[in-house]
Design a protein around this ligand. Structure first.
Ligand code: PAF
Length: 283
């Protein structure tokens, strides 16, 4: 496994692999790797022959409520885990390297209204920051395939649209959410939970599964199900931002005709803002 910090070094290796007809798979991360990230790397191996993982804590996607300086950074452990997973190349650039003018994508960035909805409504500028860095990482790496987790479902939908809007020939692969035994989705933010909050946290997924059941039984309107779920989360000790029943492809509000549904939630528990979702196929 090689580790590089500059775009010049990254491109040198990628150019060499391209000449050798390798299929390049990109797995972008912000480090502090857990089982969810490692599942992305394992999936990446099934999509191509050279696996490039990026570790870059993107300051553009942090707001005042989440401190950039406090974000967990564990580079030594991350590199060991990536080595074990037979990653070929790790790109660990500085802020200056990513955000210098020559690494800006040379097309005008598309405006996606979805950036301002759901999590975007509660974290202004967050998805603009994600899109900016992902577009740059795509531009720098020029992968055949890029792998993202379903855990950050809105991010996944926005990135699929970005690739279409920018007309990039990158196949986006999605990987299902890795969970602890009690159902809590793996997340770097779980480290912010104290013992009492950690015991409550799995109820977020439990609530999503309950809404899934109710959606399938079509007992109430979706709006009623959403507000009941918010209330139950409040009673459990969460401070929910939203529970939303959406079309899984567009994230528009779902209707009775929608065949693939995403039920998404974001809720604060102490200092941690947890997000999760379940995807439902309506037969
Ligand atoms: O999902 C993440 O970890 C980040 O949002 C990403 C895609 C690496 C961009 O910084």
């Amino acid at each position: 496994m090689q580790t590089v910090a500059t775009v010049a070094a990254l491109r040198k290796l990628i150019d060499l692999w391209r000449k050798q007809d390798e299929r390049i798979v990109l797995v972008p991360t912000m480090g502090n790797l857990h089982a969810g990230h490692l599942a992305l790397i394992r999936h990446a191996h099934s999509c191509g022959s050279k696996i490039v993982c990026t570790i870059f804590v993107n300051s553009l996607q942090f707001d005042r409520k989440e401190d950039l300086a406090a974000y967990p950074r564990t580079p030594d452990e991350d590199l060991k885990a990536l080595e074990r997973e037979q990653t070929d190349l790790v790109f660990m650039p500085s802020h200056e390297e990513v955000y210098c003018e020559q690494n800006r994508i040379k097309k005008s960035m598309p405006d996606n209204p979805l950036n301002q909805q759901l999590c975007g409504a509660y974290r202004p500028g967050f998805f603009d920051g994600v899109v900016e860095v992902v577009a740059r990482l795509f531009y720098m790496t020029d992968p055949d395939v890029a792998v993202f987790g379903e855990k950050d479902y809105q991010q996944l939908v926005i990135i699929k649209q970005l690739v279409k809007d920018l007309d990039m020939a990158i196949q986006i692969e999605q990987v299902s959410t890795e969970r602890e035994k009690d159902g809590l989705a793996f997340s770097s933010r779980n480290g912010y939970l104290d013992r009492r909050e950690r015991a409550i946290a799995p109820q977020l997924y439990g609530e999503l599964r309950r809404v899934e059941h109710q959606v399938k039984k079509a007992q109430h309107t979706f709006a009623v199900l959403e507000s009941q779920a918010v209330e139950r989360l409040q009673q459990a000790g969460f401070r929910p931002d939203y529970v939303a029943i959406r079309d899984a492809a567009t994230l528009e509000p779902a209707s009775n005709e929608t065949r693939q549904i995403a039920i998404l939630a974001a809720a604060w528990l102490g200092k941690a803002r947890l997000i999760d979702n379940v995807l439902v196929s309506m037969a």
